[in-house]
Design a protein around this ligand. Structure first.
Ligand SMILES: [Fe+2]
Ligand SMILES: [Fe+2]
Length: 474
């Protein structure tokens, strides 16, 4: 979808979301609705005027606008999710708007939609009848198509924790973004909410580390800085948990890791996103970010007591194991534990995420290989070993080829060390519409005899197969 159309689409979904919610509070004659109806109307009519018509369709967990999949955005995620859930509950799968709408039609449409009884399969027919009764012929509604496969396919376990994790993940990115914007604008930044969210993340990691780790596979390079900081925080938390840190220390580690690059908020974007090599002066600016970061967190009032671990963790995150990194030290010291943890999480996430100047990132396997090669110079080798154990031989989000000629995406590492090469994978299959299905396979499953039903043959590069890994974790 071209970017202008995708902007129009996201705006439309946001406006629809608000109107759907408002319609649950007020009756259709209430004046409070006017503004929201008009905003939705403007969004939808702009789209129709550009495209001639609009067909909004729900397929699986996706929204298609005129046959093109709408990509979610961090800000729009809640609206997106709400719309998909509400329409699915009412068994409405698609709506065709044949021409521009007027205010009255928009209102009627939303009230009929939200008034439908949940779970009735004949809702689409009923909906069309109601539209005809009101002499509306410009809108046509179709039922939700649920393929048999799809019905049986949603067996992804721990659906609830996963939903909570998604919410925490996206809310954290949004909140972090606000904090950064405030710091950039030299405004007062309130970090209390961020601290609350980190505590939730700690709770989730204690419960099952693989769920939040799965979120790190959602690589979204438009939002690199925010996405990266949250991912580094998740990896650090998972490492901290394996090191036996208490909840309190984990919270400190989580927030430190999230703020590790906060000093970069003072570096101009042209330098940060520069595709080519940096000049000496620009590099000099870049190298200051650990120290600037320390200054910033010391001035964050609501961070509470900032202890030495946090300060040093940020200061140390580019020192490298042999102190050959930056800032340059006058007196040699050992890199702090927080610093050593963040260094590993930071390097791994940076390498596996696409960037403006490097659109094809390393696969998880390639990144780990590079890190192992550099281990003496850059990392604490024991912590690195632990990290590899954590992300697995086949890290979450890896695309693998199975001996059944199927492709799978590693979804959850096997917690039992003897089965480290047998994670759970989501099978990559496509239905007629090219939509990926979600069917989970446990590679420890036997084939009836002595062998296994499925085994990994090798790791594949998802970029070569045009597979959007993030889709499988949303
Ligand atoms: Fe950094
Ligand atoms: Fe970083």
């Amino acid at each position: 979808m071209d970017s202008e159309l995708s902007k129009l689409g996201s705006n439309l979904i946001t406006k629809f979301h608000v109107l759907m919610r408002i319609s649950q509070i007020y009756d259709s004659k209430n004046v409070a609705l006017n503004q929201f109806t008009q905003e939705s109307l403007l969004a939808i009519n702009t789209f129709i005027q550009r495209e001639g018509n609009l067909c909004l369709k729900i397929v699986g967990d996706d929204i298609f606008l005129n046959e093109q999949r709408l990509r979610y955005s961090v800000e729009g995620f809640n609206s997106f999710k709400y719309l998909v859930t509400q329409w699915k509950k009412r068994f409405i799968g698609d709506v065709l708007y044949k021409e521009v709408l007027d205010e009255e039609t928009m209102r009627e449409f939303i009230y009929i939609l939200m008034g439908l009884e949940e779970g009735r399969e004949e809702n689409a027919t009923l909906f069309n009848e109601k539209l005809r009764e009101r002499h509306i012929s410009t809108i046509e509604v179709g039922p939700l198509e649920v393929s048999e496969k799809e019905e049986g396919a949603y067996i992804l376990e721990k659906e609830d924790s996963r939903e909570v994790a998604k919410k925490v993940f996206f809310e954290t990115i949004g909140t972090f973004k606000e904090v950064v914007t405030h710091i950039k604008g030299k405004q007062h930044a309130d970090v209390r909410k961020l601290k609350r969210l980190v505590r939730k993340a700690v709770h989730l990691v204690m419960e099952d580390e693989s769920i939040l780790l799965g979120m790190t596979a959602i690589k979204n390079y438009d939002e690199y800085t925010f996405n990266h900081s949250v991912n580094v925080s998740i990896y650090s938390l998972a490492m901290g948990r394996r090191l036996g840190f208490s909840r309190g220390v984990l919270s400190e580690l989580g927030i430190t890791a999230m703020l590790h690059d906060i000093g970069k908020s003072k570096i101009p974007l042209e330098v940060l996103n520069k595709p080519g090599a940096l000049s000496d002066e620009e590099w000099g600016q870049m190298k200051k970010h650990p120290l600037t970061g320390v200054e910033i967190i010391l001035n964050l009032k609501q961070l509470g007591e900032v202890n030495a671990k946090m300060v040093v963790g940020i200061f140390d995150h580019h020192l490298k194991n042999d102190l050959s990194g930056y800032p340059k030290l006058f007196r040699k010291k050992r890199v702090s534990l927080f610093g050593r943890i963040i260094q590993i999480a930071d390097a791994y996430d940076a390498m596996t995420t696409p960037r403006i100047y490097k659109k094809v990132p390393f696969t998880p396997e390639q990144a780990l290989a590079v890190m192992l090669k550099d281990r003496d110079v850059c990392f604490d080798s024991i912590l690195l070993k632990m990290f590899i154990g954590l992300v697995g031989v086949y890290p979450i989000g890896s695309l693998v080829l199975l001996d059944t000629h199927e492709m799978g995406i590693v979804f959850k590492p096997n917690p039992d060390p003897q089965w480290i090469e047998r994670p759970q994978v989501v099978l990559v299959e496509r239905d007629k519409r090219g939509k990926g299905m979600k069917e989970l396979a446990d590679l420890t499953e036997r084939n009836g005899g002595n062998g296994f039903k499925r085994s990994i043959v090798k790791v594949l590069d998802p970029n070569k197969y045009h597979i959007d890994i993030a889709q499988y974790f949303l």
